[in-house]
Write a new protein. Structure first.
Length: 48
């Protein structure tokens, strides 16, 4: 079946949020970046 995707705690989400707040990046872009990180970690763990 492969591995489960990495839990949210695996990603430095608080650091991402802090960084985006400093940069005043839109929520949409922030969510896309977090999603991309999830996809990449999922692929690395052999999920896709």
């Amino acid at each position: 079946m492969g591995h489960d995707p990495a839990p949210i705690e695996f990603l430095p989400v608080q650091e991402i949020l802090k960084d985006f707040k400093v940069k005043q990046v839109s929520t949409h872009q922030m969510l896309e970046q977090i999603r991309d990180m999830h996809v990449q970690s999922f692929k690395r763990s052999g999920g896709l």
